[in-house]
Design a protein around this ligand. Sequence first.
Ligand code: KG4
Ligand code: ZN
Length: 344
Amino acid sequence: RAEPLILGIETSCDETGIGIVRGRTLLSNTIASSMDEHARYGGVVPEVAARAHLEALTPSIEAALSEAGVGLDELDAIAVTSGPGLAGALMVGIGAAKALAVSLGTPLYAVNHLVGHIAADILDGDAPRLEYPTVALLVSGGHTSLLLVRDLTGDVELLGETMDDAAGEAFDKVARLLGLPYPGGPEIDRAAAEGDPTAIAFPRGLSRASDLAKHRYDFSFSGLKTAVARWTEQRSALGEDIPVADVAASFREAVVDVLVTKALAACADHGVPRLLLGGGVIANRRLRDVAKQRADAAGVTLRIPPLSLCTDNGAMIAALAAELVMAGREPSTLAFGADSTLPV
Ligand code: KG4
Ligand code: ZN
């Protein structure tokens, strides 16, 4: 079938995402978030997220179908994220996907969340088609990964990832340290606008020559977080005010610098003049600007899908399954489970 109609389910973290695509065309993308419920804990609480998915799933599926103007009986396949992510959260989506596939008698595709983020690019109607190979940098509250994509339907190589905190998680933790609310990314971004990014020289994780030998494409943000904590504690101990804007700007610069430097190093090393960005941290203005400037200077074409497709969503999961169907790949058997560390 040339243009398969697919419903995708994404529940790997705190977003209940239901998306419907026909081939490479986006029909609907419904997102319900339990972010507010996690705010007072300063981070996503797995069981709270799982319970929220259970409540949001059925109404979200109904909303996505009605927005797309299609019925369940028209679907050619169901797609669901099987990992990586929070196990309990994943299980809710997988259970729903299996129930739908069995009751409708449709094929079921279990897909990888990270590869799904890359597939989001296909749905960006304004951009030319995703070209191979491409380097992809995925940065969110749950992951920071650098991938070499030769073919979405079967040849994606993980070049590197974070050894500790995800980039978004680092934003959230530093925001908390500075007394800013959760989620911290947008708050730091806002505070940083008034600050001097060169005010404080915070460390760039895994960037020394000795680190690069083993961790050329890996990231580490926990040392940076500790450096910010130590810097602010020392200031407080001296009875001085914390220059929040300067700390935020200097911290943001350290994160952005290391993300863009490593992503462009991967492009240069592999002779790949294309870089795709994805994940919720892409909302960061400074990251987009620095990536654009340095990519231009390096002769690398930068692609950034619209933010609604960069943050976790079901449409990207449906889009990946559509590619698998169009490439003639077999569906999954019903025996798969949730794999919180599923490799690409
Ligand atoms: O992809 P996403 O919506 O959800 C998951 O992580 O699953 O990403 C959310 C993360 C949070 O850590 C949030 O603080 C961060 O993205 N974020 C930002 C910005 N907006 C959201 N980080 C930096 N700058 C921003 N403007
Ligand atoms: Zn994600």
